[in-house]
Design a protein around this ligand. Structure first.
Ligand code: SAH
Ligand code: SF4
Ligand code: F3S
Length: 486
């Protein structure tokens, strides 16, 4: 991940990520390897899915390429979260038409959330793709591609209640080999009224904790020093419990998120653990206590609030009020002093009044987030909001409110970063700084980026760095032997 990219990538939604070249593990002599160009849009979960897709396709004889012009197969892993994310993909697909004219055997496939949402309509209406595969059907990809090679179109958008791709070993895309995503669950059982995810990702299911621990251990043994556990609502992780909370198999342990966190933390104290996304209605004190017991559980929580107004939160069907959210923040500040917070905000959701918007502003000021990912509301087909409420906040008002949030947040984050100057931080070295070849960058436990001289260090090392000065949200420091403050 690049310097400046804050951990979790709601911020990256819509931005394309191309997969680095990978080694083909299917290397029978004489078998000509086919080339796959794979591009991902959307959240970290999609990015993590692309690592699974790369693994499945590698076993089927495809090596990945970064050059789309030489591809035999182009796969786009898509996002539906906002209208704009879909528009971007449509434009991209239109661009691939020119390669199809040159190479009649080229197969273009759409994967992920947009594929799930639009299904076979994509084949019929738009003629941009040959293949449509939803998030739970990636194991079927090799046979679907074969079907297309045989001259047919292919679709599999079946959602599953069980699929977690638990035993598939993802092809790691972070060539620096320092940080990795580990998916711990799929789907979402919440029905936030603005959100398309439950329709595109299906029901929530948790992955076997042993496979999560083994994957984390394997990453550690291969030199990685940070994992980010991923799920749409990690606090709802449960293993060996049914939907009503009854134990499924009494001979097996029950594992909730707090226990899972400790299991992964115990893989090795030198392995940092982050997670996303937490849900305010489900985040328990047990999770916070687990974080306080293990230094390697990073003191940073992404806790999307969406709005600071209880009436808006009700319309959003978020399952909590402003007061409940502030109660969770108070618990974090009490149990984990010094823990930093980030959030997501939607401006201009159905019926939002100026007064309600101002409640978001006061909440932002009261809590003090180090980072906020802010979005204008974008109506999504089939959602509760689309069926029940009018998307009635004018575009300019949505935009003006968004700017107000961004302006406040920028100012606040910069003040907070300035306050970090002077302190010593334990930093995981991630790679070469984008701005200066002779400097490395790394992150503090709070996910703040810090830049410092390379010295004899190398990526994956831990080092203490004193922050000497800062730009808006990045610290600049020097390596020290002094004890770390955090
Ligand atoms: N599971 C996470 C968020 C997943 S989507 C959670 O519950 O917090 C990431 C973010 O996209 C959301 O937090 C929300 O802020 C934003 N988002 C989702 N649907 C949206 C929509 N229709 N319009 C604008 N932003 C949206
Ligand atoms: Fe969407 Fe809500 Fe589920 Fe997050 S918790 S993915 S916002 S429905
Ligand atoms: Fe987008 Fe699907 Fe993620 S809609 S945000 S890629 S779960």
């Amino acid at each position: 991940m690049r310097e400046g990219d804050r951990n979790i990538d709601e911020a990256r939604q819509g931005e394309a990520i191309q997969i680095e070249s990978t080694v083909l593990n299917h290397s029978e002599v004489g078998v000509k390897s086919k080339k796959l160009f794979l591009e991902s849009y959307g959240c970290a979960m999609n990015f993590s899915d692309s690592e699974i897709i790369a693994s499945i396709m590698s076993d089927a004889g495809y090596s990945t390429t970064k050059d789309e012009t030489e591809a035999d197969l182009i796969l786009i892993n898509t996002c539906s979260i906002r209208e704009k994310a879909e528009e971007r993909v449509r434009n991209r697909l239109k661009g691939f038409k020119r390669y199809k004219r040159k190479n009649r055997d080229l197969v273009v496939g759409m994967l992920g959330c947009m594929a799930e949402r639009l299904k076979e309509n994509l084949l019929e209406q738009e003629q941009l793709v040959d293949l449509v595969v939803g998030p739970d059907a990636y194991r079927d990809l090799p046979s679907l591609v074969k079907k297309v090679n045989g001259g047919q179109k292919a679709v599999n958008v079946l959602l599953s209640r069980e699929e977690t791709y638990a035993e598939i070993s993802p092809v790691r895309l972070d060539s620096a080999g320092v940080t990795a995503f580990v998916s711990i669950m799929r789907g979402c059982d919440n029905m936030c009224s603005f959100c398309v995810v439950p329709f595109t990702r299906g029901r929530e299911r948790s992955r076997d904790p042993q496979s999560i621990v083994s994957e984390s251990l394997d990453l550690f043994n291969r030199g990685y020093r940070e994992v980010t556990l991923l799920g749409q609502n990690v606090d709802s992780y449960k293993w060996n419990l049914d939907i009503k909370g009854n134990v499924k198999d009494p001979s097996q342990p029950v594992v909730r998120f707090a226990e899972l966190l400790e299991m992964v933390a115990e893989v090795n104290p030198e392995l940092r653990v982050r997670f996303s996304t937490s849900h305010p209605k489900d985040m328990t004190d047990e999770v916070l206590h687990a974080m306080s017991r293990h230094e390697n559980l990073c003191k940073y929580i992404h806790l999307p609030v969406q709005s600071g107004s209880s009436s808006m939160l009700k319309r959003m069907n978020r399952g909590y009020t402003r007061e409940w959210y502030l109660g969770r923040i108070a618990a974090i500040k009490q149990i984990l002093p010094g823990c930093e917070l980030s959030t997501d905000i939607i401006t201009g959701f159905c019926g939002e009044t100026e007064e309600e918007h101002q409640e978001t502003m006061t909440l932002l000021k009261e809590v003090g987030f180090i980072m906020a990912y802010n979005f204008k509301y974008s109506e999504r087909p089939k959602t509760l909001a689309e069926r029940k409420y009018k998307d009635d906040v004018p575009e300019e008002v949505k935009g003006a409110r968004l700017s107000e949030v961004i302006l406040h947040q920028r100012r606040y984050a910069s003040e907070l970063t300035q306050k970090m100057v002077g302190k010593v931080y334990r930093v995981l070295v991630e790679g070469v700084s984008k701005k200066s070849e002779d400097k490395f960058f790394g992150r503090t436990t709070h996910n703040t980026v810090i830049v410092f001289d390379k010295g004899d260090l190398k990526p994956c090392d831990y080092v203490n760095v004193r922050a000497l000065k800062c730009t808006t949200v990045t610290l600049i420091g020097e390596v020290t032997t002094d004890k770390a403050d955090a």
